[in-house]
Design a protein around this ligand. Structure first.
Ligand SMILES: Nc1ncnc2c1ncn2[C@@H]1O[C@H](COP(=O)(O)OP(=O)(O)OP(=O)(O)O)[C@@H](O)[C@H]1O
Ligand SMILES: [Mg+2]
Length: 280
């Protein structure tokens, strides 16, 4: 059964997508016999789609709205060199549009989304060794479902108190609401000259620090070329740091599987408890 890992960071632009794409690519390369899937859970930005499978027809949004089977929305990563695919064992599921209904009978439609998502994740676990889920910035209902599906969460934050404190609040909130435990934390965009030990110690309040990715101009350069840094500049400092992270992750025993439905039920129960407490 495959492992499902959600990549989460509370603030925008902290490097979630760079880390999620990089990890998925390195894990696919380090485990060439295994199948790896990257789900783009960010319907606002869609940078995974742009970089890894630009010509797509179906998406996660289509699957969750019941229009398409999940198999239609899984695409082999299209990055190629000299006509051959670079990562033939890496697949991508693009986000598409908004997948949470905001009008009509919201609760029954959400129930449908939950059921489809749960069934899809079960199927994906038997077909892929690793499923990475890239999530959007901030914390919303989308995060509840995207992280409820995961065995563990990998947090990404920058080396500043703001980013670390907000990520800590998110990690505690997700654990309390749904019992989703962190796998670890990645410190991103570490500037040269910054005290790595000091920030690693602060970030270790969130979870164990699994990796530190330096600030590296190659990431931005690759972004402008619409490529993940690990594909465009595999020997860059950021790319090597993500490879190290992938190696570490492959050595971990990833456990924590729980039913998506029971986690969401627990979240709803906790949220109403809190509302009752607030109301006196
Ligand atoms: N290690 C790094 N060094 C330098 N620049 C980086 C690094 N990681 C990411 N960036 C830059 O930061 C920007 C945001 O990166 P990315 O899209 O990975 O973050 P994100 O957390 O997924 O953002 P969003 O919240 O919009 O989803 C991009 O322009 C990218 O080039
Ligand atoms: Mg992103």
């Amino acid at each position: 059964m495959g492992a499902v890992i959600a990549v989460v960071g509370t603030k925008g632009g902290v490097s979630k997508t760079t880390v999620a794409m990089g990890l998925a690519i390195w894990v696919a390369q380090l485990k060439p016999r295994d199948r790896v899937l990257l789900i783009d859970g960010d319907l606002h930005v869609r940078s995974v789609e742009l970089k890894l499978c630009p010509a797509r027809e179906a998406s996660l949004a289509d699957v969750l709205s019941g229009k398409r089977n999940w198999r239609d929305a899984v695409y082999t990563c299209q990055l190629a060199s000299d006509g051959s695919l670079l990562y033939p064992n890496l697949a991508v599921m693009p986000a598409g549009g908004r997948f949470f209904p905001l009008h009509g009978d919201v609760s029954s439609r959400m129930e449908r989304v939950r059921k489809i998502f749960e069934r899809m994740i079960e199927d994906l676990r038997s077909e892929f060794s690793f499923v990475f889920i890239d999530t959007p910035a901030s914390v919303s209902y989308e995060h509840l479902i995207l992280t409820a599906a995961a065995d563990r969460v990998l947090y990404v934050c920058e080396a500043n108190d703001d980013s670390i404190n907000s990520t800590l609040a998110t990690a505690r909130g997700l654990e309390e609401l749904m019992g989703v435990k962190p796998l670890g934390v990645v410190l991103s965009k570490l500037m040269r000259g910054t005290r790595r030990e000091q920030w690693s110690e602060k970030a270790s309040r969130i979870a164990r620090v699994l990796g530190v990715v330096p600030f590296d101009k190659a990431v931005d350069e690759a972004f402008r070329e619409n490529l993940p840094v690990v594909a465009a500049y595999p020997n860059s400092a950021a790319s090597r740091a993500i490879r190290e992270l992938a190696r570490k992750l492959l050595r971990l025993k990833i456990s924590g599987r729980a039913s998506l439905s029971s986690r969401l039920d627990r979240a709803i129960e906790r949220a109403s408890e809190r509302a009752r407490e607030r109301g006196g």
